[in-house]
Unconditional design. Structure first.
Length: 319
């Protein structure tokens, strides 16, 4: 379901900057949304941070290499990001870290978390990873005094994807847990992080986690639109309505059917085709509704937005 309090008209959008302002407004609304019954152990937007001073309880650590603290919160390097990343955010820029020695190892570490009595847990975050020389970005969790890798990045991300990871096996019932983002590399590359959340699921909660096609760069002409669904809720989802719009023009709904268990993602769901002209901006918005023909318990994570701009020449996604 779309957030009912959001009302806007994209029919008169005439420039990319207008779309950026609109998506910024939407992200601010979503960032302050609360859901009755949803328990968050982390809900960090890095608001109010500055320089290299981490939020309360967090640690921005320089483990080796360089002479600065590592992750910063003021975008001193002026890194170019896209929605849903919104400054202030956490960012490590290897070239700007005053490199010395053979490598850089820096970490952004969460406060200690008491997860006793919780058997299902999800970690979500938005990020932009730019690959560097011999570099990797690792998402790690601490349980029983041992750090475990749960995700590793070595290739640059496509845009600024939203990521959701099921940590139930790693952190269920752990009293002194932590989450850590660990960068290792040699003076090239960067990593931006925002909207870091660790939460327990509510009963019924499904949403569009990403718009997967078309993939940039892509050329003008008809392009298929594909998305991924994610089940944030404890209940298995067997059907969900998916609605979408292009520049405010509502497109025909589809009804997805299948089996989607807690913490799982279903990709490759095709919504339709959009004929796009080179150089024009297209605001694509996709959201879910009526999972299992019932009310979604958390509408704030139903919707994903992406701005598409076809190039004069590019590779089209196969139809």
């Amino acid at each position: 379901m779309e957030g009912a309090a959001i009302e806007y008209n994209t029919m008169n959008i005439g420039s990319f900057s207008s779309i950026v302002r609109l998506t910024t407004l939407l992200s601010c609304f979503l960032a302050v949304s609360t859901v009755k019954g949803q328990t968050f152990f982390l809900k960090e937007t890095f608001a109010g941070t500055a320089d290299s001073t981490a939020p309360t309880g967090w640690q921005a650590r320089r483990i080796s290499g360089g002479t600065t603290a590592g992750f910063r919160f003021d975008n001193r390097a002026n890194l170019q990001t896209s929605y849903p990343l919104q400054a202030p955010f956490a960012a490590f820029d290897a070239p700007g870290s005053m490199y010395e020695g053979s490598s850089q190892v820096v970490a952004l570490e969460s406060p200690e978390l008491d997860l006793t009595g919780r058997d299902k847990l999800l970690l979500s975050y938005d990020h932009q990873y730019v690959a560097g020389s011999e570099a990797s970005g690792k998402v790690q969790v601490l349980a029983n005094n041992v750090w475990t890798d749960v995700e590793t990045y070595t290739q640059s991300s496509q845009g600024s994807p939203s990521v959701v990871i099921d940590l139930s096996n790693q952190l269920a019932n752990i009293k002194n847990a932590r989450v850590r983002f660990l960068w290792t590399g040699k003076n090239t590359g960067s990593w931006v992080l925002d909207n870091v959340k660790l939460f327990a699921p509510i009963t019924l909660d499904v949403g569009v986690v990403s718009i997967d096609a078309p993939i940039s760069p892509f050329g003008e002409g008809p392009s298929p639109i594909e998305v991924s669904l994610f089940n944030y809720g404890a209940t298995t989802v067997s059907r969900s309505k998916i609605s979408w719009s292009v520049n405010g023009n509502i497109q025909p709904d589809i009804t997805w059917t299948g089996t989607l268990d807690f913490g799982k993602k279903r990709s490759g769901i095709r919504l339709g085709t959009v004929d796009m002209r080179a150089g024009a901006s297209y605001l694509l918005k996709v959201w879910t509704d009526d999972p299992n023909a019932q009310l979604d318990g958390n509408p704030s994570n139903d919707t994903t937005i992406r701005v598409l701009i076809p190039s004069l020449s590019g590779k089209l996604v196969p139809r």
